[in-house]
Design a protein around this ligand. Structure first.
Ligand code: NAD
Length: 578
């Protein structure tokens, strides 16, 4: 990828303020978001162009980064820039209401859609891993995932524990870009979090930003402290400097059964994401360089022990779920059948890695059926006050949403901004008397605030690729769909096309994301609210069609809640679904 570019060294984060270097705010927004993704405060390894999630990159190489910056500066209001796996490849005259940037990352043709093929092409410099929000320039640091994690745990608490995690211990692994949100999301739900992480610097980073409270090398001390906090009903979090598989195995061996067990190590990538047991980070990194095959072998062996320990703790009474890193799929595909999982195969009914659920069917799908998903907005001014103004606006707009109020208040108090100030909340389709969806209503309100000068510079609205109608991912977002349509990727492609038709300012479509190459197709959009009538019209369209896709996708699969929401909110569905 070359040496870090001088331009990036100068930026080291997004430009802020009201002066722009591009020819319009929509292009400027893309430039700022690209640099925000690569802000050392936001990205996990910006000098390698890695933003988060194993090797999720914002640009293919440093030369491609420089070319992107140059192109965005020159891009006219009636032109569209095309980005292929992190490299700008062309610029066409389109029209003013067309997207300014179109992005396709990591996509391969079905039969060739494997990590092996991807790594060969990556080594040739032809492709890049875009993850979800890394290659679409929508990443906002750990603050982006915090609400999704909070919502998931809140739903788990509603289903299992009277709506609160007080007195409950959650054991997990991985304190990286996304996983780092876990300790804070647990303590925001009043629970106790014990999180294994092999890389001590990641634990330190979460402590520095207030996401995690303490760290230790000593698992027994961590368990003891966690138990005392849980008994006292105090929220508490500790990062344990160890391998997650080793930690869960030790817990099971000692008969210590946490209330909840999950994991957010980058297990979707056995070579560049997950660390095998028995190595320090430095030794494992050296092994990866010297002998990648041996690394993969060790990494998959550890994953198998990891899944086995999760199943064991489940059988002892823990509530367990996979948190979207495809650890079940990895073990199912590469191990298990080799007979190494002794404990699981000796069980009365032999277990498989898929004998514990993924988080989407368990906790998120009911929200998707209503078109609800992670709506995020970013202040291009760089001013925290602009986000505080939007916090007030969202609370005013939805006075009856108690859960939203609790979230916004907690977030304002406890979530530190990273890079450009941003906020996330989950909003859905539900229309008002004027036919405006929740997402459209809020976007229109923000646009008014920008137009009135109450907010200093435009706000960009975007979202995670994990949304109601934008992903096909059989081991995650579309796991166990009612009609068996898990692997059909027409939906995210339609979503991307629909976002273009509705005139979003940036539209992207990726393969891989959080579960790895060949396992998911997903799309995203950005709308720049610059206070103009054009922005209002775009927002009205995009924030109708985008969450609307979630409703039609789930209604088509036969989910009652989606069919009811379609009737309630007047979403036209041509054929009756069963
Ligand atoms: P990341 O690569 O930034 O962080 C992963 C962390 O795990 C690193 O800090 C690494 O040191 C640590 N790690 C790796 N192997 C380990 C092991 N065996 N034991 C202990 N620590 C280990 O990735 P991220 O952005 O935090 O995402 C983590 C995973 O979770 C990814 O697979 C991602 O796709 C998935 N994820 C899914 C969702 C979702 O579905 N919404 C959300 C967040 C993350």
């Amino acid at each position: 990828i070359g040496e870090p570019s001088e331009q990036w060294q100068e930026y080291r984060g997004a430009p802020t303020g009201t002066e722009i270097e591009c020819k319009g705010w929509r292009q400027e927004a893309a430039l700022r978001l690209l640099n925000n993704n690569l802000d050392p405060e936001v990205a996990e390894r910006p000098e390698d162009l890695v933003v988060y999630g194993g090797t999720g990159r914002a640009a293919r190489s440093w030369a491609a980064y420089d070319a992107l910056v140059d192109e965005l500066r020159e891009l006219n209001d009636a032109e569209t820039l095309l980005v292929q796996s992190g490299k700008p490849v062309g610029r066409f005259r389109t029209h003013e209401r067309a997207p300014r940037v179109l992005i396709a990352n990591s996509n391969l043709v079905g039969k060739w859609d494997t990590w092996e093929q991807f790594h060969e092409l990556e080594a040739e410099g032809l492709i890049m891993y875009g993850q979800m929000t890394a290659g679409s320039w929508a990443y906002i640091g750990t603050q982006g995932i915090i609400q999704g994690t909070y919502e998931t745990l809140a739903e788990l608490a509603r289903q299992q524990y009277d709506s609160d995690l007080r007195g409950r211990i959650v054991a997990t692994g991985g304190l990286g870009g996304m996983g780092g949100a876990q300790p804070l999301a647990v303590t925001m739900n009043n629970g106790v979090c014990v999180a294994a992480e092999v890389d001590e610097s990641r634990i330190d980073r979460r402590i520095d930003t207030g996401y995690c409270m303490e760290k230790t090398d000593d698992l027994d001390a961590a368990i003891d402290r966690a138990q005392r906090a849980a008994d006292a009903g105090e929220p508490y979090s500790v990062g344990v400097h160890t391998n997650a598989a080793d930690m869960l195995e030790a817990m099971a061996d000692q008969g210590f059964v946490p209330d909840v067990v999950t994991d957010q190590t980058s297990a979707h990538d056995e070579l560049n994401g997950y660390y095998p047991s028995g190595y320090t980070v430095e030794d494992a990194d050296a092994l990866r360089e010297d002998d990648p095959e041996a690394y993969v072998e060790q990494s998959l062996n550890t994953m198998e022990r990891h899944v086995s320990a999760i199943l064991r703790l489940q059988s002892e009474g823990a509530v367990v779920f996979e948190y979207g890193n495809n650890i079940r799929g990895q073990v199912d595909e590469h191990r298990w059948h080799d007979g190494a999982a002794e404990w699981a195969s000796e069980a009365e009914t032999p277990l498989t890695p898929f004998d514990f659920p993924g988080f989407v069917p368990a906790y998120i799908r009911p929200l998707f059926c209503q078109g609800k998903g992670p709506f995020r907005w970013i202040a291009l001014s760089g001013k925290p006050e602009d986000i505080h103004r939007t916090d007030e606006a969202v609370l005013d707009l939805f006075p009856d949403k108690e859960h939203l109020h609790r979230w916004i208040e907690l977030a304002a108090e406890r979530v530190e901004f990273q890079g450009l100030p941003s906020r996330v909340c989950w909003l859905g389709y539900r229309t008002d008397e004027e036919g405006h969806t929740e997402r459209a209503r809020f976007a229109l309100r923000i646009n008014e605030l920008v137009a009135d000068g109450e907010i200093e510079a435009p706000i960009v609205v975007t979202r995670d690729h994990l949304d109601a109608g934008s992903v096909a991912s059989p081991n995650r977002e579309t796991e166990a769909m009612r009609d068996g349509s898990d692997a059909i990727a027409d939906w995210p492609i339609l979503n991307a096309l629909c976002n273009c038709a509705a005139g979003a300012d940036i539209v992207s479509v990726h393969d891989g994301g959080g579960v790895g190459i060949g396992n998911a197709v997903h799309a995203n959009n950005h709308v720049v609210l610059d206070g103009t009538d054009r922005a209002a019209e775009t927002a009205r369209r995009v924030f109708t069609t985008d969450p609307g896709m979630g409703i039609i996708r789930h209604a088509d699969a036969g989910y009652e809640a989606a069919i009811e929401e379609a009737t309630r909110s007047d979403v036209h569905i041509p054929l009756e679904t069963e």
